[in-house]
Design a protein around this ligand. Structure first.
Ligand code: NAD
Length: 356
């Protein structure tokens, strides 16, 4: 029986996670599966309760987990805390503890949502890519600090370091993924300026030699940011380092109309972590209007990648698609002609579509 650790976190987290577990229960019922759940604290709520954004009780639960499903963490209440007591620090520590170095973010434009995006339909139609972001290295994890504090010359620094092996393993994830897709990899860097990017390019060239069937190209991050909204159809698998991936994947999310739509998987040496790409959305927390699609589609990724339940995963994806096609939409993607529904009503519709 697969054991899933549930991390509701902060803001809209508990509201959307509730819908994700209802969908999981519906899958269990329909396909005769059993899931064991353990809910654990992380983020702001864990700081309040344990004085630590990633408490021992949660780390211990990971030991026996088959998959982890995270909703979101963070909020203004903890914005003034020191780094060690910030919700986001819990996330970074969790990714490191899990060795989750590969963040996989599929971005496919749902035909019935093309006019929810700020981009023109003819630009969006057919866009279907996966962004592979390195997750445990680079600027977010390198040495950082301050010097000459309190003087007018005070300095702050962050360090961007990548090793060959760190680059190679993430680039291989991208090339392997491309095999099952349109067989094209775009590697994104800033090799005209950054030494770490020049090493990145060297490693990409070496890895590419092992995949003669895959077409690949290098792109500079600034140009890629522009091309993503100019002609997103050109991309299949995009692989990049941590910070570039952070920024580009949020930009790509807007192709789909709402950040609330997109799932992700973070894979590595140990148990995999699944989460929607958005944050805790404090501006709409508690209102029951958050879009639970991102976390429900993360459940589909979990069913497929961690448990090998392909039919179940496809059924969840198709159920979300059907509900949207039928015009049931949460506020973030709702047009005047649609039927506006709450977070829990959307979840109920997905469960209904699954059972049908
Ligand atoms: P956010 O993703 O929480 O919100 C950005 C905008 O998108 C907001 O207007 C929000 O209402 C909207 N939005 C997000 N998710 C939505 C959903 N499911 N349905 C409808 N609308 C949705 O990003 P932010 O405002 O920059 O950050 C808020 C907090 O979340 C911060 O504390 C930040 O550090 C944290 N954060 C956490 C994660 C994570 O847990 N993985 C990721 C990003 C940000």
């Amino acid at each position: 029986m697969p054991k899933i650790v549930l991390l509701p976190g902060d803001g809209v987290g508990p509201e959307i996670l509730e819908e994700a577990t209802r969908v999981l229960n519906a899958v269990a019922q329909k396909y005769g599966r059993t899931f064991e759940y353990q809910s654990c604290p992380i983020g702001g709520i864990a700081i309040d309760e344990y004085g630590d954004p990633l408490p021992e009780v949660t780390l211990q639960a990971f030991e026996s987990a088959d998959a982890i499903l995270l909703a979101a963490v963070g909020g203004p209440k903890w914005d003034k805390e020191t780094a060690a007591r910030r919700p986001e620090t819990g996330l970074l520590r969790m990714r490191k503890a899990l060795g989750a170095y590969a963040n996989i973010r599929p971005v496919a434009v749902n035909q019935s949502l093309v006019d929810s995006s700020t981009l023109r339909p003819e630009v969006l139609e057919g866009a279907d890519m996966v962004i592979v972001r390195e997750l445990t290295g680079g600027l977010y994890f390198g040495d950082k600090g301050r010097k000459q504090t309190g003087t007018p010359e005070e300095q702050a620094f962050d360090t961007l370091i990548y090793s060959r092996s760190e680059i190679e393993r993430i680039v291989r994830v991208a090339f392997d993924l491309a095999k099952g897709r349109r067989r094209k990899v775009t590697s994104v860097d800033k090799a005209n300026v950054l030494e770490s990017s020049r090493l990145w390019r060297e490693v990409v060239e070496q890895v590419a030699a092992d995949y003669p069937e895959i077409q690949y190209e290098h792109a500079l991050v600034d140009s890629c940011a522009m091309q993503l909204i100019r002609n997103p159809r050109q991309y299949d698998v995009v692989v990049t380092e941590n910070m570039f991936g952070d920024i580009l994947s949020d930009e790509a999310a807007m192709l789909t109309g709402s950040i609330g739509m997109l799932p992700s998987a973070s894979l590595g040496n140990r148990v995999a972590l699944y989460e929607p790409i958005h944050g805790s959305a404090p501006d709409i927390a508690g209102k029951g209007i958050a879009n639970p699609s991102g976390i429900i589609l993360s459940v589909a990724m979990m069913l497929r990648h961690s448990f090998g339940y392909e039919a179940e995963a496809a059924a969840v994806e198709s159920a979300v698609g059907k509900v949207i096609e039928q015009g049931y939409r949460t506020a973030d993607i709702c047009r005047p002609q649609d039927k506006r529904v709450s977070t829990s009503e959307f979840g109920s519709r997905v469960v209904e579509a699954l059972r049908a």
